[in-house]
Design a protein around this ligand. Sequence first.
Ligand SMILES: Nc1ncnc2c1ncn2[C@@H]1O[C@H](COP(=O)(O)OP(=O)(O)OP(=O)(O)O)[C@@H](O)[C@H]1O
Ligand SMILES: [Mg+2]
Length: 279
Amino acid sequence: MTASARRAVQGLSVAVRCRQVVKTYGSGQSAVRALRGVDLDVHTGELLMLVGPSGCGKTTLISVIAGVLDRDGGECSVLGQDYAAMRPDQKTAFRARHVGFVFQAFNLIPTLTIAENVSVPLLINGVPRKQAVEQAREMLSQVGIGDRWRDVPARLSGGQQQRVAIARALIHKPKLLVCDEPTSALDHVTGQRVMELLRGVASRHDLSLVVVTHDQRIFEFADRVAEMDDGHIERISAGKGHTHAESPHRGFDAPPKNEHPLNPHAPQGSNEPNPEHRS
Ligand SMILES: Nc1ncnc2c1ncn2[C@@H]1O[C@H](COP(=O)(O)OP(=O)(O)OP(=O)(O)O)[C@@H](O)[C@H]1O
Ligand SMILES: [Mg+2]
């Protein structure tokens, strides 16, 4: 059954509902009104892209949606829950269970290996360490860097660190994933493969995805594109994401033998990703 058909059966259509959400940084003369009344729905299982000029409020909005930043006003429900009604410990537990965040600056912990970095969300959810690291290694293989699990982040390229950040955000199988410029440090081919991976996961696991991007090359993966300007959503249009929705990408599932999840051109049996050509 497709994600949209499942949605219809279950009647679960809205993962995130924002109404007149406002957020101001600072006060008085130096106040910056970053969100000025945002209205936005994110449908269950869709990939919504959020685009707009620098400084228009995109990172602020996804931070509010992910529960890492408190709004000042308006309504925002995520998976039917309102962060404002939760105690801090409840909010932390809700986010640890249901929300993944891929930050613009990868936010990896420099002193941990990348397998340990990826296992953090599982450890927070009480998974024993050995099991968490094993799952992390499997997830790293799925994003094409399984052989680097013992390295610390500083030994990886920007694109490879981004893949670690994506693996960490997906490891606990969240229902909502927000990504801030997930392909900005990647070459074109790797960026496309990352989006195909995310697209496949969203389609088959009813993961709702909000992806902030300036990268026009990945617009084709969006189910809908929300254009933001000056703290508002100005327009929402349909994307072409449905054409990718049922493509045979595997997301959380293991890739078939001899095919690299992020590099179909790698030698058979190779676990080497494409070299990063960062422009
Ligand atoms: N911590 C902060 N303190 C004060 N002002 C902030 C803070 N974070 C963001 N802002 C301001 O809020 C506005 C929205 O910022 P935000 O980071 O959400 O924009 P953005 O659309 O993500 O931009 P970009 O595309 O450059 O990442 C900007 O004017 C920014 O300068
Ligand atoms: Mg930003």
